[in-house]
Design a binder for this molecule. Structure first.
Ligand code: GLU
Length: 457
């Protein structure tokens, strides 16, 4: 059977690095198993889901290098869920409930004071036809709960019922179905909560592996029971740890914290985001992979730790620098053109500056320095000014070869007796306006003799 995975966000905001972790776990798992990746939008909450968010999620995924085999929207599949509801009703495992949220809240409190677990007591199963008729005539609409298979013959007498699975990430897992409330699958207004559409789609779409955050571990117990109630074999499950901020807070799509969009706008490379999103909180060393193939070679769901992984945005900058420092001209070329960096000098320029910048867009400032001269004029002491005048008078004639910088500074040293910092710093400042930057031996040929002389203070 073809390995089939899915990433199933609800399109209610921009995705953040924690969502990217889930998407990439699925994508890399599919890559390593020659599988298929389904992009599924869990948009049954029509009030909060939008097409714009779905589109932005697809855009962010493409930016990361994820190109789904199929894209599906749950809002377009309601008839399929309706058919599943009919099957569950026919099997008598879906039952109507009429409690209001306030009534349920009160019941939970009463159970707690009696030392009982705060789960739903299945009171709706004891309603007489008259009581149901009364609710209906009062205008109450039912919501529908799935009867968990946690009893022998009397649902009002639940018994410990263990559901086991071998989690791809966490190993052996157990959930006791008697510790859970029968989940509501359908709301009063007929709309679906997440659980049923998710299971129905996983069945219909042939999903073989469900890889998602560990906030879904308990849901898995319920979902396995639901797969079975619908006559299907449950898929393999894997629950990865969640990312938190350095101070331990969860990430939220709604607040936009650490969104993929904001990281992109900050000039972070997709592979810096992907490398950290996948490798943080695992036993693998966090290092920048150059592409998803390389990252897939370091990806092993079982190497993921069970506790939450703290995510430090500063690490992104470290990985980003490594990627930029190693980026070939071929890789950078088109992006440099967009930034206005093109022509014969673009390649030597890139090779000269890439080791001194944090983001690709930082190259623009160096390109300006080289084409238009220093952006800030340095102040020189009288002594340094005299030194520079002498130095510029010694600039070799063209044509220049690769050793022009060495030749020039050799002559300056001989003529002025300066060496080390007192020799190089005034030259660097005069040529670039900055106290640090790429090797001057690489920059000088890019400025040419005329360009260099134009920098004479
Ligand atoms: N829409 C669910 C979520 O975003 C999907 C969970 C799942 O993968 O089953 O949490």
């Amino acid at each position: 059977m073809t390995v089939t995975v899915r990433f199933a966000p609800s399109p209610t905001g921009r995705i953040h690095i924690g969502n990217a972790r889930t998407a990439l776990f699925n994508w890399l798992f599919a890559m390593n198993n020659k599988g298929r990746y389904i992009q599924r939008f869990d948009d049954t909450d029509i009030a909060r889901s939008t097409q714009e968010f779905a589109d932005s999620i697809l855009y962010d995924l493409h930016w990361l290098g994820i190109f789904p085999d199929v894209t599906e929207y749950q809002s377009r599949r309601v008839e399929i869920y309706d058919a599943a509801v009919e099957r569950l009703k026919a099997a008598r495992v879906l039952y109507a409930c009429y409690e209001t949220p306030e009534e349920l809240d009160l019941r939970r409190k009463v159970r707690r004071t009696r030392g009982l677990p705060p789960v739903y007591g299945r009171e709706a199963l004891t309603l007489t036809p008259e009581q149901v008729a009364e609710y209906e005539s009062d205008g109450r609409r039912p919501h529908w709960r799935f009867l968990l298979p946690n009893f022998t013959s009397d649902p009002l007498q639940p018994e410990r019922t263990e559901v086991h699975w071998n989690d791809l990430v966490r190993g052996e897992e157990t959930v006791d179905l008697a510790s859970l409330s029968d989940p509501v699958l359908v709301r009063e207004d007929g709309t679906y909560l997440y659980t049923l559409p998710s299971v129905v789609d996983d069945i219909e779409m042939g999903v073989t592996h469900v890889i998602r955050g560990d906030d879904h571990v308990t849901n898995t117990g319920v979902q396995i029971a639901l797969f079975q109630a619908l006559g299907a074999e449950p898929p393999v499950f894997g629950h990865h740890n969640l990312l938190t901020t350095v101070s331990g807070e969860g990430l939220s799509k709604r607040t936009g914290a650490l969104s993929i969009e904001s990281l992109r706008e900050d000039g972070i490379e997709p592979m810096a985001v992907a490398s950290l999103a996948v490798l943080v909180g695992t036993s693998e060393n966090v290092a920048a992979a150059h592409d998803l193939n390389e990252l897939a070679g370091h990806f092993d769901p079982a190497a993921t730790s069970k506790s939450a992984a703290k995510f430090d945005p500063d690490e992104l900058f470290v990985l980003n620098r490594t990627l930029i420092h190693q980026m070939s001209f071929e890789e950078a070329r088109d992006r440099l053109i967009v930034l206005g960096i093109s022509g014969d000098k673009a390649e030597p320029f890139w090779l000269a500056v890439r080791g001194n910048i944090d983001r690709l867009s930082d190259a623009v400032a160096w390109w300006r320095i080289l084409s238009d001269g220093p952006q800030e004029q340095a102040e020189f002491s009288g002594e340094d000014r005299d030194f520079l005048h002498q130095a510029f008078d010694l600039l070799p004639e063209e044509p220049w070869n690769g050793s022009v910088w060495k030749d020039w500074t050799g002559k300056i040293k001989e003529a002025t007796g300066r060496k080390g910092k007192p020799l190089f710093m005034p030259l660097r400042l005069a040529l670039t306006g900055r106290t640090s930057g790429p090797e001057l031996s690489d920059l000088l040929p890019l400025m040419g003799r005329e360009g260099t002389l134009a920098r004479r203070p």
